[in-house]
Design a protein around this ligand. Structure first.
Ligand SMILES: C[S@@+](CC[C@H](N)C(=O)[O-])C[C@H]1O[C@@H](n2cnc3c(N)ncnc32)[C@H](O)[C@@H]1O
Ligand SMILES: Nc1nc2[nH]cc(C(=O)O)c2c(=O)[nH]1
Ligand code: SF4
Ligand SMILES: [Mg+2]
Length: 193
């Protein structure tokens, strides 16, 4: 697989915020979101065994596979291998391409109408970027995806004043639509990876 980076941190977003987690960031994506906060372009080709050797150096068995778009590279056999080593496998996906069925937790953050899921574990919608239609991206995309948990994550625009304005609207939106919960990118707040 083409790997951008492997690192150890706390899950900063959504349901497992604050959980010590190993991150496997895979290279490449099929979308070009204008607000994307991640460099996922180059990378190193690694075998499943090479990746496993890196992951087990860290004590947590919560693995977050992200990217880029991990669904473009993940195979069920690799998830089986992770399970044999005791990992709980959470995957961050844009939802445009199916994931192996043996993934433990799907966190879907849609940006396109072409979503292959009717239901995921966690829906995490980026909120408030003009580039994605302002307030409710889901309404903008006119898709419906069911989930166990629903999060709105204010868009990090890189401009503090704009971020504050987006956060204010996000809070008001959640107060009016209480199925949603706030997901802050807490790793950025405390300056960890
Ligand atoms: C970099 S993406 C990689 C996984 C997958 N391609 C996706 O989009 O879900 C990881 C998470 O960061 C979120 N994200 C990306 N750019 C963001 C930004 N500027 N502000 C807030 N969240 C952002 C995405 O929506 C996604 O939930
Ligand atoms: N700490 C931390 N938590 C995260 N949760 C999802 C991330 C991602 O880039 O997918 C991410 C990330 O980049 N860092
Ligand atoms: S789908 Fe995810 S990784 Fe790809 S460009 Fe959008 S936010 Fe970035
Ligand atoms: Mg990130």
């Amino acid at each position: 697989m083409k790997v951008k980076e492997i690192f150890y941190s706390l899950q900063g977003e959504g349901r497992f915020t604050g959980t010590a987690a190993v991150f496997l960031r895979l290279s490449g994506c099929n979308l070009k979101c204008p607000f994307c906060d991640t460099d996922h372009f180059d990378g190193t080709f690694m075998s499943h065994e090479d990746i496993m050797d890196e992951l087990v150096k860290y004590p947590s068995r919560h693995l977050v596979i992200t990217g880029g778009e991990p669904s473009l590279q993940l195979e069920p056999g690799f998830i089986d291998m992770l399970h044999e080593y005791g990992y709980f496998v959470q995957v961050e996906t844009n939802g445009t391409h199916p994931l192996p069925q043996n993934v433990d937790w799907i966190t879907c953050s849609p940006k396109s109408k072409n979503i292959v899921y009717d239901r995921v574990n966690e829906l995490k919608v980026v909120f408030g970027s003009d580039a994605v239609g302002g307030n409710s991206l889901l309404e903008h995309l006119s898709i419906s995806v069911e989930a166990e948990e629903y999060y709105l994550q204010p868009c990090d625009t890189g401009d503090k004043a704009v971020n504050v304005e987006i956060l204010g609207r996000c809070v008001e939106y959640i107060k009016d639509n209480p199925v949603w919960r706030l997901s802050l990118q807490t790793h950025k707040l405390i300056d960890i990876p």
